[in-house]
Design a protein around this ligand. Sequence first.
Ligand SMILES: [Zn+2]
Length: 325
Amino acid sequence: MIECVAAGLYRIEVPLPGNPLRSINSYVIKGERNLIVDTGMQRPECEDALRAGLNELDVDLGRTDFFITHLHADHLGLVTAFAAKSSRVYFNQPESEFIAGSRVKGGFMAFLAAQALRSGISEAQLEEAMRQHPGFKYSPPDYPKFTIVADGDTLRAGDYEFRCVHTPGHTPGHLCLYDEKQKILFSGDHVLGDITPNISAWADDSDMLGMFLASLDKVSGLDVRLVLPGHRSVFTDLRGRVEEIKQHHRARLDDVLSIVRARPGTAYEVASQMKWDFVADSWEQFPMMQKWFATGEAAAHLIYLAGTGAVKKTEQGGVFVYSAE
Ligand SMILES: [Zn+2]
């Protein structure tokens, strides 16, 4: 499905079958050189839909550049299949380093394994989750050379002039694109309209939720009339949506804190008692991949609370256990 969202700017909805996100938005700005913002997973259903959309829009890939908001496979996965030799692929430095490191033998596996195990996930669960992880299933074997951009850098495409806005939280290097004159924001997975972005603990246990909340304030101060998110529908009320997302995390922090007050536990144990809107009767019935995402989300909230002093983090045999102060 193609939607014209602004002059010379189109949204191609790329399906993600079997994934709760349902689809990902790939945006196309037509100009002397076209710009494609985000792509899709490297799987046939995505590749076919994106190719059909680009054909319909008569996009010449030989005159097309790419901007990728962050490293997740649903955004970055198809860039290898679509980038021409002459294409520039704009991407952020921290995640380009992360990808390079993950290509070292055992790098990515080791990072994910360490993070999961210290959150209280067992080795057997980890093995099952690894097989389901979209980062393994739907990433290309290699990437084109990236053109590194950072906060404040500008990009021109068609009649638009965008400024990169660094918005760490969903991932450490996440970038939005903002056109000040036209008041348009490509929000990637930083601000979504119909669902809340997943905020998970990262490799080094840095405070991803704290960073995310600060990044929400950063974009909330921008003058925006149209938000173009990575998933679901475009929307207009950025400030209102930022407030709703902050409220969602405040409620989740309360939920996490009351669970830990009742009984100390690992991020996995806390996640098993949190309120989730996945469709399943019980925690036991969640697919392992959803349990893993939920554990990452619980860990991000626990690390934030540890930073405020509301909970205490102690290591017990390589696993972090959280308790109320
Ligand atoms: Zn993402």
